[in-house]
Design a protein around this ligand. Structure first.
Ligand code: GLU
Length: 475
């Protein structure tokens, strides 16, 4: 466990999730959002959603909606936002103008041909390509800016010393300023660049703790330097490791479902997903199954492993089943209803979904699997004659016909149904399965169901008798 100053009290805590809307909310993004949300909730702070949509080519309203849907499904509710960077352009321009006026930034008139030439020279000398500061005011004195070049604006990065931070996950991270270029903060057309917008946003939104993917570690020293130049204290930073696929490669479409909403469609419970995502790289002792509230109570950054961690589909299934087990029957039934509808079944046209869920809960790892297994409660099966012939023989047909009659008067409950079937077996010198297996087939169309007495109790008297009559060819 690494001890950091990240969690030292800075009140009130304000965190944000800042997705770029270039696709759905994928598992890695959802986990980052979850950690930022949980940190805010744990500290009674504020969680902010910011849509980083400045990449206009790749950002789409559909992707914004997909992110909002994913967060709503996981119940990662934000207290402020969504803010959109594209609506803040005036503010970024204002800060750029202010930085120019204060000498914190300067106009660079280098053409792209000159930049290419510089890079080529540096590479030939075996150096790392970097801007050489030729338009820094002290170097450009006396030179007239070319009229035909639209200058970029560069931040004047410190030349010496180091820039570092106590990362909430990684511990101390430091960069030499000599490694960092004078960052372009506005392009030739005046549009602000990504790293700069993030700084202005985190400043304006008074973010105290930035929790984000570790693909941003290289941006952090640049952002900190801009904060400091502006005379501001930067937020604290925690960079969470990447989520990998089962094979250890970066999670991608190749690994199947990668959008969180695919998991909604596949019948996972949002709280199971939260539990599962939380456990990718974070641990609380040996606890594997926990509620959303427990997670919020327990969450801290010092128990996040700095190493990338793998996704496991089998583990997700298990976590989901455990969460399904912990839901009361009625609640599980309520969750099942939309999945019945998606499976083309009319929940209102059959037994109470809570009772169905009670019966099927041990047999399904997802709500989709449960809805698939529940179809015969809502739809009469069509049993092919050859299948009927395999189960209904001269030996047991008479007993089944008798039961059809007996069922008309029976006290319609599980115990009485079991007793009636056992009684019929005894009278006809049959083994109990010789009654129960055909009963399963004729009433449900399948041989693998929970206890058939319990199934019949739910299917109901009239429907059970109608199905038996049809399959046995009774009037
Ligand atoms: N927009 C960035 C991303 O989607 C996140 C930036 C940040 O959290 O600072 O990766």
């Amino acid at each position: 466990m690494h001890v950091s100053t990240f969690a030292a009290p800075v009140t009130p805590v304000r965190t944000r999730f800042a997705p770029s809307p270039t696709g759905y909310l994928h598992l890695g993004g959802a986990r980052t959002a979850l950690f930022a949300w949980a940190f805010a909730r744990h500290h009674g702070g504020t969680f902010i959603l910011r849509i980083e949509d400045t990449d206009v080519e790749r950002s789409t309203p559909a992707a914004v909606q997909a992110i909002l849907d994913g967060m709503a499904w996981l119940r990662l509710d934000c207290d402020e936002g969504p803010y959109f960077q594209m609506q803040r352009m005036d503010r970024y321009r204002e800060v750029i103008a202010d930085m120019l006026a204060r000498g914190l930034a300067y106009r660079d008139y280098m053409t792209s041909a000159e930049l290419d030439a510089l890079r080529a020279e540096q590479t030939a000398r075996g150096e790392k390509p970097r801007y050489d500061g030729r338009w820094r005011p002290e170097n450009a004195a006396g030179r007239t800016p070319p009229a035909d070049v639209k200058p970029v604006v560069r931040f004047r990065n410190p030349d010496t010393g180091t820039v570092g931070w106590d990362d909430g996950v990684k511990g101390r991270v430091e960069f030499a300023n000599s490694e960092l270029d004078d960052l372009v903060i506005a392009r030739g057309d005046g549009t602000p660049t990504y790293n700069f917008c993030v700084v202005v946003d985190d400043w304006d939104m008074r973010i105290t703790h930035v929790i984000r993917g570790d693909d941003h570690v290289n941006n952090t020293p640049r952002q900190i330097n801009i904060f400091r130049a502006l005379g501001l204290e930067p937020p604290r930073y925690a960079h969470v490791p990447t989520v990998l696929g089962e094979d250890g490669a970066k999670l991608s479409k190749r690994h199947g479902a990668v959008s969180v909403m695919d998991y909604e469609a596949a019948g996972y419970l949002p709280d199971a997903m939260v539990n599962f995502l939380a456990r990718i790289g974070w641990a609380h002792g040996d606890d594997e199954i926990f509620s959303r509230d427990e997670f919020v109570r327990w969450f801290d950054l010092s128990h996040i492993s700095p190493a990338p961690s793998r996704f496991s589909a089998a583990k997700l299934d298990w976590v989901n089943q455990e969460h399904m087990r912990r839901l009361p029957d009625a609640e599980l039934g309520r969750r099942l209803v939309p999945y019945l509808a998606r499976a083309g079944l009319d929940a209102a046209g059959g037994p109470d979904a809570g009772a169905v869920a009670a019966l099927l809960r041990d047999r399904a790892q997802t709500l989709v699997a449960m809805a698939d297994a529940a179809w015969y409660f809502y739809q009469a099966p069509v049993v092919p004659a050859d299948k009927v012939a395999e189960q209904v023989t001269a030996a047991n047909r008479g007993a089944l016909v008798e039961l059809h009659g007996e069922f008309a008067q029976l006290d319609w409950a599980r115990e009485a149904l079991a007793a009636a079937m056992k009684g019929a077996a005894a009278r006809h010198a049959l083994k109990v399965p010789q009654i129960m297996m055909p009963m399963r087939l004729l009433v449900t169309g399948t041989l693998s169901t929970p206890a058939i007495d319990a199934v019949l109790a739910l299917v109901g008297r009239d429907e059970t008798r109608a199905r038996l009559a049809r399959a046995l060819g009774l009037p």
